[in-house]
Design a protein around this ligand. Sequence first.
Ligand code: IPD
Ligand code: CA
Ligand code: CA
Ligand code: CA
Length: 264
Amino acid sequence: MARTALLNVMVQAATKAGRSLVRDFGEVENLQVSRKGPGDFVSAADRRAEEIVRTELTRARPTFGLVMEESGEVEGTDGQHRWHIDPLDGTTNFLHGIPIFAISIALERAGQVVAGVIYNPVMDELYTAERGRGAFVNDRRLRVAGRSELPDMVIGTGLPMIGKGDHGRALKELRYFMPEVAGIRRCGAASLDLAWTAAGRLDGYWEHNLNSWDLAAGILMVKEAGGYVSDAEGKESMLTSGDVVAGNEFAHKHMLRLIKKAAE
Ligand code: IPD
Ligand code: CA
Ligand code: CA
Ligand code: CA
């Protein structure tokens, strides 16, 4: 399916930022790494990629608002459109030489996410989705996994870093999930966890305490690949609560059940 002009703008921004990240990957001693909080790193690579994405998007659509992980929010003048930008999702992986990281860009129109792009420049995998038009990786249509039994499923998650989130809850949830599933993965980039769920690599994925820039593009990706996405209570508040549970119909249902049990 031909991409719309807006999606092309997002793809252009993500691939350009991807080239910058690839140049910086492995150059950690030159990246002025600092901490925003315990375990929460930021580097020149994050900032450079964000600047590229911001410049590309603003040049193409100067009236749209921006929600950026590193530079904060910029209100738009058109009041309808906002980009959600994670210039480097998986900073910890990136700084440790682990090639699982991505640029994530979503477009919100009148409160609804209508387009998303997630790009892993090392694997050269470009994930795109537009509302009502399907999800793709490098032009191949995506479909969530078809498995229906938990013991066959590989489920992704994210664990809270030092000093952040609810470690007790994470441990409790793992205790309920581990005996029921084939395996659990902690890949380290929320946008890719969602893209890989859309692609059927992961049967499902859940995490808490994320931000709109981590989630918005990937949620659309999973939905457009035929999957189910909600917050931890089965509701739609993912972008405001930061909680996400995603997968095919069966995975999603079972995951909500296990998360509920762990909370009792
Ligand atoms: C992080 C990653 C990670 C998730 C963290 C996020 P960042 O994003 O997506 O997988 O567990 O909660 O903050 O900081 O690398 O963009
Ligand atoms: Ca970060
Ligand atoms: Ca992120
Ligand atoms: Ca980031």
